[in-house]
Ligand binder design. Structure first.
Ligand code: HSE
Length: 410
C-alpha cells in the first residue's frame, strides 16, 4: 500500500481527495497497489468533513513519517510550498504538484533533487488543468524538433472573454463568476494580467527547449485593457479575442534562430485552431517539424479536472519506483526579442474615417477599415503585416490612437 499526504485542502486539494475516493478502485488498479491518503495538511479545521480525522497542521508530522512515499502539493504560491516540496524530495518522497508558480520559479532545482534521489517530481496539472500535456511532451513528442507550442492556457480569462463576447457580460461580472466557479487564482490579477499563462508557457518552453525559461523575461500583457467595444469590433470582423500564450522558433532580422515567447490578447479568425476554444477550456497547439500540428484540448481549470491530472501523477509516482525524468536543465534559455515577430495589428482611432484615415495610412501604409455597429466617434483599422518594433514605432506617431490588439499570428 502506498501512503500519500495532501498539502492544502482548498479547491484542488479537496478535488484530489474526492477523485481518489470516487475512483479508488480504478486508481489502485492503475497504480498497481492501493493508494491511501494518510494525511491532509491545512492551517484550517474542517469540522464534520471526512478529512477531519487525517487532518494535520504541522508539516513535520508528514515529513518525518517514513510511510509517506508521495506528497501532493496543491497549496499554490512559491512559499511555503517550495520549502515543503524541497524537504519532501530531500527525504526521498516523490512530489506531485499543480503549482505553476513553484514549477516556473524553482523547477530546475526540484527536478535535479528528484533525479539525484531517484524519485519523482511531477507537475502535470501545472499547465492546462486536466489536459495531459507535460508527459506527452516528454514521452510522446520525442521524434520531432518542436517548432511551436502555443495556446490558451488560462481558463479564467478564456471563460471571461467568452462570456463577454457571447453574453455581453461586463468584465467584473465575468471575473466574479469565474471566481465563484473555482477557476481563478486566489489573487485573480495572476489570471487577468496574464501572469498565470506566462508561467505556464515558461514551463512548456523549458520542457521543449531543455533549458530554463525565466518567466520574468516573457513579454506579458493580460486582458484588463480589453473592453466591450474591442469585442464589438472583433465580432464585426467575425473574429474572437483570446489571451494567447505563444512560444515558437523564429529567425530575427539577421537570420539568427531562437525562441520567442509572449502572452497577449490576439484577435483570431475562424481558420485559427484556437478560434473555437471557449469557456474554461484550454488548448495547447504543438507543431513538430515532421509531425506537423497537434492540439491538446480540455478543461483548463476547476477542481476535478485539475485534481484528475494531479492524481494521474500520483498513480505514475506510485507505479514508477525510480526517477522518470520529466524536466529541463538549470541553464537559462536566452529568449529572442519579440520585436521581430511579424503580424497585422488592429487599431482603434478617435475621430472619423473621413478625417483621419489619410493620416493613419500615411503612417501605416494601406489599412483595412473596420466599423462596429453602435460605436461612434471613432473607427478601427487593420494594418498590413509588420514587425512588432516597426508597428510600435508607427503607433507612437498616431495622433488619437485609442488601443491596439494583435491580429491572428498564424
Ligand atoms: N487560475 C487558473 C486558470 C487555474 O484559470 O487557468 C488553473 O491553472
Amino acid at each position: 500500500m502506498a501512503k500519500i499526504a495532501i498539502l492544502g485542502y482548498g479547491t484542488v486539494g479537496s478535488g484530489v481527495y474526492e477523485v481518489i475516493k470516487t475512483n479508488q478502485a480504478i486508481v489502485n488498479a492503475n497504480a498497481g497497489e492501493d493508494i491511501d491518503i494518510k494525511y491532509v495538511l491545512d492551517l484550517r479545521d474542517f469540522p464534520g468533513d471526512p478529512v477531519e480525522k487525517i487532518l494535520v497542521h504541522d508539516y513535520d508530522v508528514i515529513l518525518n513519517d517514513d510511510e509517506v512515499s508521495v506528497v501532493v502539493e496543491v497549496m499554490g504560491g512559491v512559499e511555503p510550498a517550495y520549502t515543503f516540496v524541497k524537504n519532501a524530495l530531500l527525504k526521498g518522497k516523490s512530489v506531485c504538484t499543480s503549482n505553476k508558480a513553484l514549477v516556473a520559479a524553482k523547477g530546475p532545482e526540484l527536478i535535479r533533487i528528484a533525479k539525484e534521489k531517484n524519485i519523482n517530481f511531477f507537475f502535470e496539472a501545472s499547465v492546462g488543468g486536466g489536459i495531459p500535456i507535460i508527459r506527452p511532451m516528454k514521452e510522446c513528442l520525442t521524434a520531432d524538433d518542436i517548432l511551436e507550442v502555443s495556446g490558451i492556457l488560462n481558463g479564467t480569462t478564456n471563460y471571461m472573454l467568452t462570456k463577454m463576447a457571447d453574453e455581453g457580460w461586463e468584465f467584473d461580472k465575468a471575473l466574479k463568476t469565474a471566481q465563484d466557479l473555482g477557476y481563478a487564482e486566489r489573487d485573480p490579477s495572476a489570471d487577468i494580467e496574464g501572469y498565470d499563462a506566462c508561467r505556464k508557457i515558461a514551463i512548456l518552453t523549458s520542457l521543449y527547449s531543455g533549458k530554463n525559461t525565466d518567466f520574468e523575461k516573457i513579454y506579458t500583457e493580460g486582458i484588463t485593457g480589453i473592453t466591450a467595444t474591442d469585442i464589438k469590433y472583433a465580432s464585426a470582423m467575425k473574429m474572437v479575442i483570446k489571451l494567447v500564450a505563444i512560444s515558437m522558433k523564429e529567425k530575427d532580422d539577421k537570420g539568427n534562430e531562437g525562441i520567442v515567447s509572449m502572452v497577449c490578447p490576439v484577435m483570431l479568425d475562424r481558420v485559427h485552431p484556437l478560434y473555437g476554444v471557449n469557456d474554461v477550456i484550454n488548448a495547447v497547439f504543438v507543431k513538430g517539424n515532421v509531425l506537423g500540428p497537434v492540439m491538446f484540448y480540455g478543461s483548463g481549470a476547476g477542481k476535478l479536472p485539475t485534481a484528475s491530472a494531479v492524481v494521474s501523477d500520483v498513480v505514475e509516482a506510485v507505479k514508477t519506483c525510480k526517477n522518470e525524468y520529466i524536466g529541463w536543465d538549470a541553464e537559462e534559455l536566452k529568449l529572442m526579442s519579440v520585436g521581430s515577430v511579424r503580424r497585422s495589428f488592429f487599431v482603434r482611432m478617435k475621430g472619423s474615417e473621413k478625417d483621419k484615415l489619410a493620416e493613419a495610412e500615411s503612417i501605416f501604409g494601406p489599412v483595412t477599415v473596420v466599423k462596429a455597429p453602435g460605436v461612434d466617434g471613432e473607427f478601427g483599422f487593420v494594418t498590413g503585416e509588420m514587425s512588432e518594433d516597426d508597428f510600435n514605432g508607427k503607433y507612437e506617431k498616431l495622433d488619437g490612437a485609442i488601443t491596439r490588439i494583435r491580429v491572428n499570428q498564424r
